[in-house]
Design a protein around this ligand. Structure first.
Ligand SMILES: [Ca+2]
Ligand SMILES: [Ca+2]
Ligand SMILES: [Ca+2]
Length: 284
């Protein structure tokens, strides 16, 4: 019991300290703040074989329906009713011939209790999406999820305009620690005034002025690969390029033992390829 209380306290300290560290303006998001998360055998990784911008996109893969999951999350801080543009690019490759694939859903992770911080991250949002009995992971905050439309495989990069999607016949839902909403009805986010109660009869904690703190794109469609790039939230496009390698990364890649490298402040700066330090690192 003592151990459990300790781990809960530790998790709380971690959440509080992480919320301090990640409090950056949306326009200046650090590539290092992009969160890649998985459940079971799902994978989410930086990949160069497909890119809509720059050299990289994020590549998702899953093998088993309903078990494997993947997600990419981007920290933002925007009131829900001030989101005027929300889109991303996706490319589904090598799904079984003749099959459409279910593209990932968009999870708007919302500071529903208005305390200035989000009680969960991309990993917790993904876990709740796959195992709804884990809804307590969301703390006092909530998710508004928007489903993707099924599309053909191997037709190249497609722009997904999330706000253009009509939810009049379902296609979106909200979730908090009290449960799932069922499918919500809403012609668009702009006319959203609030949602009905959850399946267990609790009121929706999401108000139109609540802040979206994290935009996650999450799914689990198996067999093929889904690439995601260029997530745009209002005027800001997140081009999904990984953080440049640090000096510490270069030294580790060269075989220098990793102990201490991650704590040396001088080694956490981006590596300058012109300095030739990488070529000589680790050599006697
Ligand atoms: Ca990119
Ligand atoms: Ca909160
Ligand atoms: Ca609220």
């Amino acid at each position: 019991m003592k151990k459990k209380i300790f781990s809960i306290l530790f998790a709380l300290v971690l959440v509080v300290s992480m919320s301090l560290v990640t409090a950056v303006p949306a326009a200046a998001v650090d590539p290092g703040d992009v969160e890649l998360s998985t459940v079971c055998d799902g994978t989410a990784e930086w990949a160069t074989e497909q890119a809509h911008s720059g050299s990289y996109s994020v590549k998702f893969h899953a093998e088993n329906w309903g078990e494997d999951g993947f997600a990419v999350g981007i920290p933002v801080d925007i009131p829900l009713n001030e989101i005027a543009e929300l889109s991303y690019w996706r490319n589904g490759v090598s799904f079984p011939a003749g099959w459409d694939y279910a593209p990932p859903a968009v999870l708007l992770c919302i500071d529903a209790n208005n305390d200035g911080k989000l009680d969960f991250g991309t990993q917790e949002a993904l876990e709740v999406m796959f195992a709804w009995e884990k809804s307590s992971l969301l703390g006092d905050d909530a998710i508004l999820g928007i489903e993707g439309d099924w599309v053909e495989t191997d037709i190249g990069w497609i722009k997904v305009d999330v706000l253009a999607k009509s939810w009049l016949w379902g296609g979106a839902w909200w979730f908090d620690k009290t449960g799932w909403s069922g499918w919500v009805t809403c012609p668009s986010l702009q006319v959203f005034t609030g949602f009905g109660t959850s399946d267990t009869g609790y009121p929706c904690p999401i108000d139109p002025t609540d802040n979206v703190m994290l935009v996650a794109i999450a799914g689990g469609n198996p067999d093929g690969d889904v690439y995601v790039d260029d997530i745009t939230v209002n005027e800001v496009m997140y081009d999904l390029e990984p953080a440049p390698a640090t000096k510490a990364d270069i030294l580790k890649d060269s075989g220098v033992p990793g102990k201490g490298l991650d704590k040396a402040p001088g080694l956490q700066k981006p590596f300058n390829p012109d300095s030739k330090a990488g070529e000589h690192a680790g050599k006697k």
